[in-house]
Design a protein around this ligand. Structure first.
Ligand code: AKG
Ligand code: FE2
Length: 292
């Protein structure tokens, strides 16, 4: 997909860009199936261990995890990309449509940054976690990335609505540099007194298949999930190969290179091994610049 000049300018002016209908079932279904299988396996195990009264086989992808979690909250642990390490998810990170979008902003030598997540956001009334608070992604990186541009691609794999906790951004906030962040109950946040006073948040409901692109200095947060379903989404980050990742103890992967295409040779097994090694050997690392 080629972006228009208007879309690229919109991104530079506002610090974000919402695009509907970028991905289709061929892109999303393998990932949804992979996570459905993982959840089904966990359901079986929990049921065999007597920790859930039902495996909730009849429930759709948007609900099954929620019903299991009501009896066994641990079912939601370690679902993230680098812990679940599914092959369809690995392939998703280098989906050509996603890399094409990244190329429009970061150039042709594209690294997939290790700060990458799949999130299964449970309804707020069922969850111990508050919604993602206002922050900048530059704020979750080490300071070595401060002078660089990094693109976040936020990808709902189920429709993200005002009710189930879609993303919201503060348009134009990327022009202010890094705001001080501090830890609160919801996580790492820019406290209200440090946020620019005269910008109005823009809520970004979006259908599955759409994507939201934003700048590493764009202030953003998630609305609470007040629905009865799980909000599933990816947030992936891409940037030019010649810059630091902000998490040097985690692996980054060259996913596209026009200059050295032969260097994009990471296979699934190597990706898994490098993550396994990094997770094992980075325990206790100071991940954030802001003290808890
Ligand atoms: O999906 C969320 O709740 C938060 C996403 C986010 O902060 C990000 O994509 O950088
Ligand atoms: Fe973020």
């Amino acid at each position: 997909m080629r972006l228009t000049e208007t879309e690229v300018s919109f991104f530079h002016d506002n610090g974000y860009l919402l695009l509907e209908d970028v991905l289709d079932e061929n892109d999303l279904d393998p990932v949804i199936e992979e996570y459905s299988t993982l959840i089904a396996e966990r359901a079986e195990k929990l049921h065999n261990d007597g920790q859930v009264t039902s495996t909730h086989t009849d429930k759709p992808f948007t609900e099954r995890l929620l019903h299991l979690a009501a009896e066994a909250p641990e079912v939601t642990a370690d679902l993230d990309i680098m812990r679940a390490r599914g092959e369809a998810t690995f392939n998703f990170l280098r989906n050509q449509k996603i890399l094409d979008l990244a190329e429009s902003f970061v150039g042709s030598e594209i690294v997939c940054n290790p700060i990458q997540h799949i999130r299964a956001i449970l309804p707020i009334k069922e969850s111990e976690r508050l919604p993602t608070p206002w922050h900048q992604d530059a704020g979750v990186c080490w300071p070595d990335t401060d002078s660089y541009f990094m693109l976040t691609i936020w990808i709902p794999i189920v429709d993200a609505t005002l009710e189930n906790g879609c993303l919201q951004v503060l348009p134009g906030s990327h022009k202010f540099g890094l705001f001080p962040h501090a830890w609160n109950q919801a996580g790492l946040a820019v406290p209200p007194e440090h946020q620019p006073p005269d910008l109005t948040p823009k809520e970004l409901p979006i259908r599955a298949g759409g994507v939201i692109l934003f700048h590493n200095y764009t202030l953003h947060s998630a609305k609470p999930n007040e629905s009865d379903t799980v909000r599933w989404s990816f947030d992936l980050r891409y940037h030019d190969v010649y810059q630091p990742t902000g998490r040097p103890y985690y692996p980054a992967f060259l996913m596209r290179s026009r200059m050295r295409p032969e260097a994009c040779d990471t296979d699934y097994e190597t990706w898994c091994k490098r993550w396994e090694f990094a997770l094992e050997n980075s325990k206790g690392v100071q991940a954030y610049r802001w003290k808890r």
